[in-house]
Design a protein around this ligand. Structure first.
Ligand SMILES: [Zn+2]
Length: 710
C-alpha cells in the first residue's frame, strides 16, 4: 500500500450507528409503563468494538440494555453498562420527544453543542484520562410512534473541530510502519490488553516501543512516565473503521484531547483493528498528524465548535424504522399463533392449508355452550373470520359452561351473547375478525302473529344473506326446529354445514351433504327418484352408491315442531354432562378441517372408522366421517353414514325447489302451518304407509330424541 498523507488534511470516517430491535422494544415499554409524558433526557449506553473485518466497519450499537431497566429504582443509570472486549461501553444521552413535531423542532445545533461541552469539560477536568470512553460521548434524538410502531431517530457523534485541521504527513498499515520484531511485539501486547478484563473495554491507550522492539500498552494516565523515555510512543485507539486510508471517528476527539492536554504538535496515532479476535497489523493503521492548538482553546470556557450528526445515505435527514411487524402485540399474537400451526406442517401435517383456514368465513348459529367452544376451536385451527348469531343474553348460569363469558357479561341483565362472545374472542386473539348478530332464527311450529310478520321475514332474509356470505355454517342452537331454516338455506346455497347437538350424555356431530341442486355430476339426480320415498331413505348404512349425504332432518319422519312446549325446566335448559359440549364442539371443528382438506370438499363421501386399518392412510387427516355419535355413559363413539332422504323437510329437492320458487312466502307458510312441510314432502303419506309395516315409530323417534335433542 502506498504511503498516504504528504500534508493533506486528515479525514476521518464517520461513526455509524446500529440499533437492535430490542432497544426499541424496551424504549416502548419504558415509555408506556414508566415514563409516560416525561420527556427528560435519558442516559443510555452505546457499545462498540474495534473493526474486526477487512471489509466491514463496526458500528456504535444500541441494545435493550442500553436503556435503564423499567424496574430499576434509579432509572437514570443504565443497569448493565459493564462492557467487555466486544462491547466497549460509551456514554450517551437520549432525547425522546412526545410528538413527531417535537422531534423535528428539536434544536439540534444546541443539543450537539451541549454534548460537545461535556466532552470538552471532561478533557479539562481530567476525567477523560481516567475514563477515556467519555471522548466518544454520543447523542440520540428520537420519537417513538407507539401506535404505528415506527421510530424516528437521529444519532450525533459530537467531534470537537480542530481549527486549523490536522495535517496528515504519514498513514500506512501498521505492519509496514513497524519493523517485523516491533509488529510482533505490538500484536502480542495488544492481544494481552484486549484479553485482560480490566483493559479489554478501554478504547484509548498508549503504545510504547523501546529500542529493543519491545512493545507495551499503557493507560493514558501513564503518559508522563512514557514521554520521558526515548521511545516510540503512539496514541492508540479502537478503530471501528475498516478503510485503509482513513482513521475512524474516535480519533477526532482523541486528537483534540491530546492537543489540548499535552500541547503536542505532532502526533503518531495507531488505529487498532482486529481480525478473528486478534490484532491485525495489516488492517491496523499508523499515521502521523501535525496539529496546532487552535486559538481560544486556552480558554476552557470557550467550547470549540462541534460536528457529528450522522448522515442518512449521504443526506442530513433523520432515520425512521417501522417495527410494526415485530412489535404490535396483535401481530406478535398472530405470528405466535401461526407458529403453532406452521410447526404442524413441518412433519405431522405437511399438507395443512393455513391459507384456506385463515380466509374461511365461518357462521356460528348459536353462541351458547357449543358456539363458544366451536369458536375457540376454530381459532385454534387458524380460522380468523367468525360470525356468531344468537338472540340470547348471558345469564348468571352461563359462564361456567359457556367458555367465552365471565360474570361481568351477566351484570345489568346480561349482555347479548353475540356481542359478548365477539368481545371475548378479540380479547383472546386481537386479530380475529369476529362479528356478532343479535337475531332469533325463525322456526317452524312457532307461528308468527301478523304484526310481526315483516320483521320475521327481515330476519329470514338476513339469515339468507349471512349464509350466502359465509363459507361454512355451524348449527349450534339448542332446539331442533331452529336448525330447520338454516339447514334449508345451506342446502339451497350448497354450503358446508355442520351440526352439533347434545343429549344428556350423548351427542351427534354431523356434516350435511351437498344441496340437492349442487353441481357435482356424480350425484344421482334426486328429482328422478324423489317419488320413490320409502324406508330405504332412512337407513343409516352406506349403500355404496354416490348418493348425497343426509342432513340433520333427513332421518326424521316428522317435521320440526315447537320442541320447547310442555317441557319442564330440566328439559328446557341445557342439561347435559359438562364434558359433552367441548367434545362435540371439538369434533365439529375437526370435521370442518377434514372437509376443507378433502379433495371433494362438501361432496366427499362419508367414511366409516375401521378398526383394522386405524384410519384412512390416503388422507393426511384420516377418514372423513358423515356423522359421529358418541355416548359418555359408555365412553363410546361411532361413525355413521346416512344418505339424504327424498322426503326430508329441510334439504330435499322438493323443499328447496319450493323455497326457490316462492321464497319468503314458503318460509312463512312452513313456520305457521304445522303440517305444511309434512304434506309437501310426502312425510304424511309415508307415515300412513309405514304403519302398515308395523314399525314402532314412536319408539324410534324417542331413541333419536335421546341422542340429538337438548
Ligand atoms: Zn335432509
Amino acid at each position: 500500500m502506498a504511503e498516504q498523507g504528504n500534508g493533506s488534511v486528515l479525514q476521518f470516517a464517520p461513526f455509524q450507528s446500529s440499533v437492535d430491535e430490542g432497544f426499541w422494544h424496551r424504549l416502548s415499554s419504558l415509555k408506556l409503563n414508566k415514563l409516560g409524558i416525561d420527556d427528560s433526557p435519558i442516559p443510555i449506553t452505546g457499545f462498540y468494538a474495534p473493526c474486526s473485518h477487512s471489509q466491514v466497519s463496526n458500528h456504535l450499537t444500541l441494545l435493550a440494555e442500553s436503556l435503564p431497566s423499567e424496574s430499576s429504582e434509579q432509572s437514570t443509570v443504565p443497569t448493565t453498562s459493564q462492557g467487555n472486549r466486544n462491547r466497549c461501553s460509551v456514554p450517551g444521552i437520549l432525547y425522546n420527544t412526545n410528538t413527531v413535531e417535537g422531534f423535528h423542532s428539536l434544536d439540534k445545533m444546541s443539543l450537539l453543542k451541549a454534548e460537545a461541552k461535556k466532552i470538552w469539560e471532561d478533557i479539562h477536568i481530567g476525567k477523560a484520562v481516567e475514563d477515556s470512553s467519555v471522548l466518544l460521548r454520543f447523542l440520540l434524538i428520537s420519537f417513538a410512534d407507539l401506535k404505528k410502531w415506527s421510530f424516528h431517530y437521529w444519532f450525533a457523534f459530537p467531534a470537537l473541530v480542530l481549527d486549523p485541521p490536522a495535517t496528515l504527513v504519514d498513514l500506512r498499515p501498521a505492519s509496514q510502519w513497524f519493523s517485523l520484531e516491533e509488529a510482533e511485539s505490538v500484536s502480542a501486547a495488544c492481544n494481552m490488553w484486549r484479553n485482560s478484563s480490566s483493559t479489554a473495554d478501554v478504547p484509548f491507550f498508549l503504545v510504547s516501543v523501546d529500542s529493543n522492539s519491545n512493545a507495551t500498552i499503557k493507560h493514558l494516565k501513564d503518559w508522563d512516565t512514557c514521554k520521558s523515555n526515548n521511545q516510540k510512543l503512539l496514541f492508540g485507539f479502537y478503530d471501528p473503521c475498516h478503510l485503509p486510508n482513513n482513521p475512524g471517528w474516535p480519533l477526532r476527539n482523541f486528537l483534540a484531547f491530546i492537543c489540548s492536554r499535552w500541547n503536542l504538535k505532532s502526533v503518531r496515532f495507531f488505529c487498532y483493528r482486529e481480525n478473528r479476535g486478534f490484532a491485525d497489523l495489516a488492517l491496523s493503521l499508523v499515521g502521523e498528524a501535525l496539529i496546532a492548538v487552535p486559538q481560544g482553546w486556552k480558554d476552557h470556557q470557550c467550547v470549540p465548535n462541534a460536528v457529528g450528526w450522522e448522515l442518512n445515505k449521504g443526506r442530513k435527514v433523520p432515520r425512521c424504522i417501522s417495527l410494526a411487524k415485530s412489535m404490535d402485540p396483535t401481530r406478535l399474537a398472530i405470528s405466535a399463533a401461526d407458529l403453532n400451526l406452521k410447526l404442524m406442517r413441518w412433519r405431522a401435517l405437511p399438507s395443512l392449508d393455513l391459507n384456506i383456514l385463515s380466509t374461511l368465513k365461518c357462521l356460528l348459529l348459536g353462541a351458547g355452550t357449543l358456539g363458544c367452544q366451536v369458536a375457540r376451536m376454530l381459532m385454534a385451527w387458524g380460522v380468523r373470520k367468525i360470525t356468531l348469531l344468537d338472540n340470547g343474553r348471558v345469564a348468571m348460569s352461563n359462564p361456567l359452561r359457556q367458555s367465552l363469558y365471565t360474570l361481568d357479561d351477566c351484570l345489568n341483565g346480561g349482555d347479548f351473547k353475540a356481542t359478548a362472545a365477539v368481545k371475548s374472542l378479540k380479547r383472546i386473539f386481537p386479530a380475529v375478525e369476529a362479528d356478532g348478530v343479535v337475531m332469533a332464527i325463525p322456526m317452524p311450529g312457532h307461528p308468527v302473529p301478523s304484526q310481526q310478520e315483516l320483521s320475521v321475514l327481515d330476519d329470514c332474509r338476513l339469515l339468507h344473506d349471512l349464509i350466502d356470505s359465509h363459507d361454512a355454517v355451524f348449527l349450534l342452537t339448542d332446539t331442533r326446529e331452529s336448525r330447520w331454516l338454516p339447514t334449508l338455506l345451506c342446502a339451497n346455497s350448497n354450503k358446508i354445514t355442520i351440526t352439533a347437538a347434545l343429549g344428556f350424555d350423548s351427542f351427534l356431530v354431523m356434516r350435511h351433504g351437498a344441496g340437492p341442486f349442487s353441481s357435482n355430476h356424480d350425484l344421482k339426480d334426486e328429482a328422478v327418484n324423489a317419488i320413490s320415498a320409502g324406508l330405504g331413505n332412512i337407513n343409516l348404512a352406506d349403500k355404496g352408491g354416490r348418493q348425497r349425504l343426509g342432513c340433520y332432518f333427513c332421518n326424521d319422519v316428522v317435521a320440526p315442531i315447537d320442541s320447547t312446549a310442555n317441557r319442564t325446566l330440566d328439559q328446557q335448559c341445557t342439561v347435559t354432562r359438562p364434558g359433552l359440549a367441548p367434545i362435540a364442539s371439538a369434533l365439529a371443528v375437526e370435521l370442518l378441517v377434514g372437509i376443507l382438506h378433502h379433495p371433494h370438499g362438501v361432496f366427499a363421501e362419508g367414511e366409516i372408522a375401521s378398526s383394522s386399518t386405524g384410519g384412512n392412510v390416503e388422507q393426511p387427516l384420516g377418514i372423513l366421517p358423515h356423522q359421529i355419535r358418541g355416548s359418555l355413559s359408555q365412553f363410546s363413539q361411532m361413525t355413521l353414514v346416512g344418505h339424504s332422504s327424498d322426503s326430508c323437510t329441510a334439504c330435499c329437492s322438493t323443499v328447496v325447489s319450493e323455497y326457490r320458487a316462492r321464497g319468503m312466502d314458503f318460509v312463512l307458510q312452513a313456520i305457521n302451518l304445522p303440517t305444511y312441510l309434512e304434506d309437501l314432502t310426502g312425510l304424511t303419506e309415508l307415515m300412513k304407509s309405514a304403519s302398515s309395516f308395523e314399525l314402532d315409530w314412536d319408539n324410534y323417534v324417542d331413541d333419536d330424541d335421546d341422542c340429538v335433542e337438548i
